[in-house]
Design a protein around this ligand. Sequence first.
Ligand code: UDP
Length: 361
Amino acid sequence: MGATITHVLGARPNFVKAAPVIGALAALGHEQRVVHTGQHYDERLSDVFFAQLGLPVPDVNLGAGSGTQARQTAEVMVGMEQEFTENSPSVAVVYGDVNSTIGAALAGIKLGVKLAHVEAGLRSFDDTMPEEINRRLTDQLCDLLFATSPEAVGHLAREGRPAGSIHFVGNPMIDTLLASLPKFDAGSARRSFGLDGRYVVATLHRQANVDSPARAAELVAALRQVAAELDVIIPLHPRGRAALAAAGLFGAPGVRVVDPLGYIEFMSLVRGAAAIVTDSGGVQEETTLLRVPCLTLRPNTERPITITSGSNRLVTASELPAAVLKACDDGPYAGELPPLWDGQAGPRIARVMTAWLKARR
Ligand code: UDP
């Protein structure tokens, strides 16, 4: 067993969470290896994040690519089995809830690799979400569970995970946000997209919203109604493109569809928005910190803390237009923010891992 810490990254949300963890471990002098599974391979969903967040160039890219749930998870498993066989780490760190997370964890556990999960314990209790399956199963396989919120700690305890494996450390995605905050320039985002008045940023890519033509049509109709009142700009994830295009998203008056944005450009746009409409997990958290009203087009969320300690609201498509207007009138959330969302999650994770590795030697 080597002395290396291996980070397994596959998709856009992983990059934003991993940057502060890798940085904090590097500051403590750990030898690290970065594996990119290739789940996201588009320059705009991957390379730009490595450049903007100061992530190290991956030591290897497994080229897993896209595919069905099973195919993509299987590709990651096969690639990670070889990777762990050739470069056995002292611990492998997996992030979030994507197919690379569970694929790497399954490959690792069968080879006796010790595993850490960053963003453990989040639950939507909705098994129709592939991400919920990935989260729950990954948490069963990991020795170190890093939770971002108190309710996540409770879920892990109720699922029988040992108390000593659960660590409430705060939210590394918020570390990235706070570290990058001075670079978020709402004025320049406005200028580059020609936005004069109040505007709404929308992101949509969850399976439940973009795989069914009927649901996509419902969402596009709701966005058209919102756009009758305020400009709407959508940095469109490739996953939603076909269904939303077929439902008439392109060419809808007041709706501007653009390619996925780099992190700094995206957060600059979010920072200046009157409200956000989303089905993203991370965006619910980022808007909480930025105190921008967030309307989430989902029946549930694995991040309820963004509702109790933030301005997030779950809405149906038919509720959306009125909810956006109300959110704009209500203005920014002014209450308390979630505990430990203070920019120090990466260093906390690094300290716990260092002590854990020392104890195992
Ligand atoms: N993001 C970005 N550009 C975009 C859309 C999103 O940089 O055009 C960032 C944003 O920080 C977000 C993260 O990518 O939190 C991951 O978002 P995504 O919605 O893809 O994943 P999820 O959090 O839903 O798993």
